[in-house]
Design a protein around this ligand. Structure first.
Ligand SMILES: [Zn+2]
Length: 93
């Protein structure tokens, strides 16, 4: 399973362009992609950095419930929504 760091690097900008910009898909908090590009954090592994506005890649359908590792299954989420959602579907969250 790819870690969030590599997911952020590869997909963060693509998802932001596809969706509503750098915004949490669940609470609509504006996220701060700049943090991702500042060393030494190197794109900011969202779970490792205590920054509320850090964009995280969230799996809409969790991998543990059969969701694919594909951009169609990714949205941007803030750290708190990402950690509260865990392995639930959006309707259960
Ligand atoms: Zn949120």
């Amino acid at each position: 399973m790819p870690n969030f760091n590599s997911l952020n690097k590869r997909y963060g900008k693509l998802i932001a362009e596809r969706d509503h910009g750098w915004m949490c898909a669940y609470c609509y908090r504006i996220l701060d992609p700049i943090v991702r590009y500042q060393p030494p954090n190197d794109y900011g592994y969202c779970a490792a950095i205590q920054h509320a506005d850090m964009p995280c890649i969230d799996h809409v359908v969790p991998v543990s419930r059969g969701g694919p590792e594909h951009i169609d299954n990714y949205v941007l989420a803030c750290k708190s929504c990402n950690s509260r959602k865990r392995d639930r579907l959006p309707g259960e969250f």
